[in-house]
Design a protein around this ligand. Structure first.
Ligand code: BJW
Length: 240
């Protein structure tokens, strides 16, 4: 149960693949995770895309089709964050590393997809970014400029800069509560957010299935499946 604390005016929540596990999507680094079946360097780097674009497009096409599966839906953890945000009078920023669309489908509003979105595509020729629900091919024409061969998934691969870092850093510098949910803490810059929040004097909380790589950096932790622990934690949060 969350303890009583001084007034909470600004909250940053970071989520990772663990929050979507109970919705039927795989995490990356668990025993049954994505990186157990495919190598990072084959599908999630700009070099992989340059070397074998068909393989990379196939990888994301398959995941995009999987996300469209009718069985994949927001779970109680996604929904509780949206409900909390709607009721909270202060500033609330949800930063997700996930490229799925489950937070928005649950009703979250102030949301940053720092690693991009599976249901968007980007043209490397003209920079246009738009919704994309179909498969992408190496000769797919850009709907904006018409050029083929420049379309790629709008996701952030290793070595690329995550999106909206200025806005995220600004929120971390002024938050008084930072909550990390369902992330292993392996990937930077997200893994460093807890330290930025601590520097700002924020209370720091980890809600995860098990201690993450950075577990000792958090003041408080609750361990268990996200759908079981997140709704109760936010329902009991005393914001003063
Ligand atoms: C549950 C649960 C349940 C399970 N309930 N919980 C050396 C040192 C430091 C940094 C670097 C370094 N060398 C390189 C770097 C930088 C690099 C990096 O961090 N590498 C590390 C691996 C060392 N980072 C980058 O390159 C990033 N960009 C960057 O730094 O830019 C700056 C820059 C650019 C250019 C030049 C110089 C500087 C970009 C990172 C991009 C990450 N991309 C991916 C793929 C995105 C698209 C896709 O989805 O395919 O993002 S990789 C993958 O990992 C994905 C995820 O968002 C990300 C994080 O994974 P996440 O969410 O934590 O998942 P898991 O599986 O790891 O953890 C799940 C957790 O949930 C576990 O703890 C489970 O226990 C738990 N769980 N079930 C609750 N039911």
């Amino acid at each position: 149960m969350a303890g009583v604390m001084a007034e909470t005016r600004s909250i940053v929540v970071l989520t990772g693949a663990g929050i979507s596990r109970e919705s039927g999507l795989h995490t990356f680094r668990d025993a049954d995770g994505i990186w157990a079946t495919v190598k990072v360097e084959d599908v999630a780097t700009p070099e992989a895309f340059a070397r074998d674009p068909v393989r990379v497009q196939d990888f994301y096409n398959e995941r995009r089709r999987g996300l469209a599966n009718s069985g994949i839906a927001p779970n109680p953890a996604h929904r509780s964050l949206a409900e909390f945000e709607a009721a909270f009078a202060g500033d609330f920023l949800l930063v997700t590393q996930n490229i799925d669309n489950l937070h928005e489908r649950a009703g979250s509003n102030n949301l940053i997809h720092m690693h991009g979105e599976l249901c968007k595509a980007r043209c490397e020729e003209c920079g246009d970014v738009g919704e994309w629900l179909d498969d992408l091919f190496t000769d797919t024409a850009c709907p904006a400029c018409g050029k083929a061969a420049g379309m790629r998934p709008h996701v952030v691969w290793f070595g690329e800069m995550p999106f909206e870092m200025d806005r995220i850093n600004e929120a971390l510098e002024s938050c008084d509560l930072f909550v990390s949910i369902g992330t292993s803490g392996n990937v930077y810059p997200a893994a460093g957010f807890v330290q930025a929040a601590r520097m700002a004097g924020a209370r720091t909380v980890e809600l995860n299935l098990e201690p993450s790589q950075g577990a000792t950096l958090f003041e408080e932790a609750v361990y268990g499946p996200a759908g079981a622990i997140v709704p109760g934690w936010f329902a009991n949060l005393d914001t003063g």
